[in-house]
Design a binder for this molecule. Structure first.
Ligand code: COA
Ligand code: AMP
Length: 630
């Protein structure tokens, strides 16, 4: 069938379409209704069905003849380690660790926070939670204690699963002090922490609260999968909202498993037995969906890579992993390719490896500039597909579905709507704009299986954040256009989110941190473009009257505060002290105009500006700091 036929089928008969996809999984009890649409905007896929995600990801493959096939390859250049887990080995490890969780009182519906580096135990912990219906919430290791504390409180986690340290290229980052600080800050304390001790930095343990991973596993009994309702949450994943308070995106078990399993073949074009590599981190949605759940649900071999695209040891790292494990499909962020290209512009290191079985490169997480896409395409000699999605959807909204029909690639476009998604570009009144005109990108409700059913314990927040703008539509937060062939072009965010090396961050959250400095009267954070990371935050602070401390001292404190409160991943390195911020007459800070000046893109004097002279002052401050960057 053609892409157009499959897409039409998904629009005309969504229930039939997804019921057929769901048949590819093992259900302990078949659903009563494919879609329960009785209480919009709260839709429930596979109502009445019972299944277990871990069973479908592991036990099922063991039972069906994949026991000895590699399920997960751990490749860690930073520790010079490789470990391969077959499906039966991974199933056994997960069953034992689920026994540890059970022995410490965790039952279906309890929450466990996982704060781990890229070690296989992170995937084991996630799958073990899934095995017994415990809801996991993975927090990315680059977040600071305060961010972790916010998540511990919101999820009301009974247990934390962590490791003594992470390794960033050659730097050992102790995780345990961050965890201890987060627990001190949190109002709701976990009962226990299970800590994986890594030899690079052993952690001090708190008696009575902390449990050693290895000792606990040694004493544990394996446990079986617990069938859960399709609508039971599998995980909560926090993502940046428009304030400093992150949003707890909920993922259910049934819709998620169905969508991911379907996506492996139809979007990524891989078959069971193929090696699939998402070079991301388990702390992000890409890691959840395409390091852990998607490839395993499909019976693939997944690669868990603890390293970087460059410097571990060089810009040939990705090609080495592809050739070592016969990777068919690689999924990463464009920034990784920009980093590789910067170090090895002619891709000379590629020649050292056999990439003959490599079939497709998928990129997402940020806009892919055509230049990077062409560089990858020319050097790899395979299709390079830009596709678009977000934490909330859990799987792609647009893609070139190569498993259905490979469509022409249009560099700069994030491809075509994925079956199941009715994507429309709307104007302020909610009318669809003409082709090639920019508007707000929205998805008609109900969204397909796998997308967020709500926010954790916050139905009203779900409505306020996504559904209030347009009746019956989910607002993605991205602006863009649809061209005459139906391809989507994602242009920018319509809120204060910026994208730093494929990581989604709120400038509002950073402003909250700057504003808490005792010398700062007001502030603004913008995200100027950056050649490597897409965008990099840049802060402006106006000092309180009478503050006469050296500006360098204050800006260094501001930089450190963002690092301490949000984390190093924010890459907040520059703060500028200015006398005044440009505003509209109603007091709105003109962040958009400031960004345009920093980026050296054309801008118009806003008609509502209070005092145009301030923009000259800002231009001057930016110039002193080296903006626009060359
Ligand atoms: N734990 C602790 N700290 C972390 C961390 C983690 N898991 N991940 C990143 N950090 C820290 C880094 O050590 C660095 O700290 P520093 O300021 O002290 O140097 C900071 O956060 C920024 O890290 P990073 O964004 O990795 O920058 P980099 O300059 O070291 O590397 C790239 C640049 C492009 C190689 C890197 O950003 C990259 O691999 N990007 C791909 C992103 C990706 O996969 N995104 C997922 C979406 S698909
Ligand atoms: P996250 O929830 O962290 O995955 O971030 C999602 C956001 O990243 C989207 O809303 C977009 O702003 C951006 N994004 C993701 N993929 C793409 C893409 N292919 N092109 C442009 N922007 C993207």
């Amino acid at each position: 069938m053609s892409y157009a036929d499959v897409y039409d089928q998904s629009m005309h008969d969504p229930e039939g379409f997804w019921a057929e996809a769901a048949d590819a999984l093992h259900w302990d009890r078949r659903w009563d209704r494919v879609l329960d649409a009785d209480n919009p905007p709260f839709y429930h896929w596979f109502q009445g069905g019972l299944l277990n995600t871990c069973y479908n990801a592991l036990d099922r493959h063991v039972a069906e003849g994949r026991a000895d096939q590699p399920a997960l390859v751990y490749d860690s250049p930073v520790t010079a380690t490789r470990r391969i887990y077959t499906y039966s080995e991974l199933r056994d490890e997960v069953a034992l660790f689920a026994g540890v969780l059970r022995a410490h009182g965790l039952e279906k519906g309890d929450r466990a926070v996982i704060y781990m580096p890229m070690v296989p135990e992170a995937a084991v912990a996630m799958l073990a939670c899934a095995r017994i219906g415990v809801i996991h919430s993975v927090v990315f290791g680059g977040f600071a204690a305060q961010e972790l504390a916010t998540r511990l409180d919101d999820a009301d986690a009974k247990m934390v699963i962590s490791a003594s340290c992470g390794i960033e290229v050659a730097k050992v980052i102790p995780y345990k002090p961050l965890l201890d600080a987060a627990i001190d800050l949190a109002e709701r304390k976990p009962e226990h922490c299970i800590i994986l001790q890594r030899p690079q930095a052993e952690a001090a343990m708190t008696p009575g609260r902390d449990i050693d991973w290895l000792e606990a596993v040694h004493e544990a009994q394996p446990v079986d999968c617990v069938p859960v309702e399709a609508t039971h949450p599998l995980y909560i994943l926090y993502t940046s909202g428009t304030t400093g308070v992150p949003k707890g995106v909920v993922r259910d078990n049934g819709g998620h498993a169905v969508a991911l399993k379907w996506s492996m073949k139809h979007i990524y074009g891989v078959d069971p037995g193929d090696a699939f590599w998402a070079a991301s981190d388990v702390g992000w949605v890409v890691g959840h969906s395409y390091i852990v759940y998607g490839p395993l649900l499909h019976g693939c071999t997944t690669i868990l890579y603890e390293g970087k695209p460059v410097k571990t040891p060089d810009a040939g790292a990705f090609w080495r992993v592809i050739s070592d494990y016969n990777v068919r499909v690689l999924f990463t962020a464009p920034t990784a390719f920009r980093a590789i290209r910067r170090e090895d512009p002619n891709a000379e290191l590629m020649g050292n490896y056999d990439l003959s079985n490599f079939r497709t490169l998928f990129l997402a997480g940020e806009r892919c500039d055509p230049d990077t896409l062409h560089w990858a395409e020319d050097n790899l000699g395979v299709p390079v597909i830009d596709h678009w999605w977000q934490t909330e959807t859990g799987w792609p909204m647009t893609a070139n579905c190569i498993g259905i029909q490979q469509m022409p690639v249009k560099p700069g476009s994030a491809s075509l709507p994925v079956p199941g998604y009715d994507i429309q570009v709307l104007d302020a009144e909610g009318n669809e704009v003409a082709r090639d005109k920019i508007g707000n990108i929205a998805v008609k409700m109900p969204m397909p299986p796998g997308c967020l059913p709500t926010l954790w314990h916050n139905d009203q927040g779900f409505i306020n954040s996504y559904l209030n703008e347009y009746d019956g539509y989910y607002l993605t937060g991205d602006a863009g256009k649809k061209d005459e062939d139906g391809y989507l072009w994602i242009m920018s965010r319509i809120d204060d989110i910026i994208n730093v090396a494929g990581h989604r961050l709120s400038t509002g959250g950073m402003e909250e941190v700057l504003a808490s400095h005792h010398d700062v009267a007001e502030c603004a954070v913008i995200g100027p473009n950056d050649k490597l990371k897409g965008e990099i935050p840049l802060g402006f602070a106006v000092l309180k009257a009478g503050v006469d401390r050296p500006h360098d001292e204050i800006t260094a404190e501001l930089v450190q505060m963002v690092r301490n409160k949000i984390g190093p991943l924010a890459c907040f390195k520059i703060a500028l002290i200015v006398d005044r911020l440009p505003k509209t007459r109603s007091g709105k800070i003109l962040r958009g105009t400031m960004k345009k000046i920093a980026d050296n893109t054309p801008w118009k004097m806003p008609a509502t500006i209070d005092d145009p002279v301030i923009l000259d002052e800002i231009t001057e401050a930016l110039a002193k700091a080296g903006y626009p960057k060359q």
